[in-house]
Design a protein around this ligand. Structure first.
Ligand SMILES: *Cc1c(COP(=O)(O)O)cnc(C)c1O
Length: 334
């Protein structure tokens, strides 16, 4: 199988892929009054610490994609995202490290090129190709993809969010690492395009409960997206769910109260969060515990999927107050 061949290659990664050398992210216990009250133990796997620039699940999902692009002799990688996308930010850096050119097909207008996220992407050499909403909807259309291939010859196309079959072996390494780190009952993870949860489901082989927290409002869509990405033998697993009641109004939406609750958690635990993914996962956990969805004695692991660069854009747009959040570094190329 392709993926296992790539895994063998990774035992001796070439110089330009050292970025993806095996890194064990720590698992730390979170003491919190609510957890204690309900006799529930909670840990967090700090994938946000995997790398100072490419954090969390984007590191995991890009790993085997970039190894494949490198070994396949591609000239460049092309992918898709919004103008504040964690995936675009990560891909720009990873491609530069791997010695590949990169192109971002960006939903938005050209003036976004100097925003926080895209300022960094350009700094790492990504070429930005802006499209409007209608064009962006074609991002999985075979004819549009073929046109892109002609426009950017020798390119390896990665779908939005990096969620494709090669994202799965990278996510599987989370399950392998956890097996050596602790025993637990439930793993909680935010869900955006579904590749992260799909990779965890495929690798877990029905050992734990896997709870995905939908960060956007689209009934049933995310569970389908996860299912589509699952390899055949994994489609029978029933140990996972996508919780659809904790999106807080939709993608990147939140209330002042949500922000205050996240701030209390950050203040008490010292764990950095952002409000689009990790913050919503934490609020979902607090709500699910308060609703009695976890029985006493449960051992829960949160997967911190990173994405802290997103704070830069939210502060820039005035959605968040700079003084309350840990500021990511400024891009030099404004
Ligand atoms: C992209 C992203 C997710 C969602 O992952 P999917 O594989 O798209 O479901 C979760 N957390 C963070 C921080 C992300 O950047």
């Amino acid at each position: 199988m392709l993926a296992s061949g790539l895994i063998t290659i990774m035992q001796n990664p070439p110089q330009n892929l050292h970025l993806f050398n095996n890194a064990l992210s720590p698992v730390v216990r979170i003491p919190y009054p609510l957890f204690k009250q309900h006799n529930i133990r909670v840990w967090i796997k700090r994938d946000d610490l995997l790398h100072p620039i490419i954090s969390g699940n984007k590191w995991r999902k890009l790993k085997y994609n970039l190894i494949h692009a490198n070994h396949g002799g591609y000239q460049q990688v092309v992918s898709f995202g919004g103008s504040y996308s964690n995936h675009i930010h990560a891909l720009a850096y990873a491609a530069q490290q791997a010695g590949l050119k990169s192109v971002g097909i960006i939903r938005g207008e050209a003036h976004h090129a100097s925003n926080y996220t895209l300022g960094w992407a350009r700094h790492w050499g990504m070429h930005l190709h802006f499209v409007n909403r209608q064009q962006y909807r074609l991002r999985e259309d075979p004819q549009f993809l073929q046109e892109l291939q002609q426009h950017y010859p020798g390119s390896y196309l990665i779908p939005e969010g990096g969620s494709n079959p090669l994202a799965l072996p990278g996510m599987a390494e989370v399950i392998e690492q956890l097996a050596s780190q602790l025993e637990f009952d439930t793993l909680l993870v935010p869900v955006g395009s579904g590749g992260t949860l799909a990779g965890l489901v495929a690798a877990d082989k029905d050992q734990h409960q896997l709870q995905g927290i939908a960060v956007l409002k689209q009934q049933g869509y995310l569970a389908d997206a996860v299912n589509q990405l699952l390899p055949k033998q994994a489609k029978a697993y029933r140990n996972w769910q996508v919780q659809e009641n904790f999106h807080r109004g939709g993608y990147a939406r939140f209330t002042p109260k949500d922000i205050r609750r996240m701030q209390v958690f950050i203040g008490e635990t010292g764990i950095p969060l952002e409000p689009v993914y990790s913050g919503k996962m934490v609020l979902a956990l607090l709500d699910m515990i308060a609703q009695g969805q976890f029985s006493a004695g449960q051992r829960i692991v949160l997967l911190h999927t990173g994405g802290l660069q997103g704070l830069g854009g939210m502060i820039e747009r005035g959605q968040l107050n700079a003084s309350e959040w840990h500021l990511p570094p400024e891009p030099p190329a404004r």
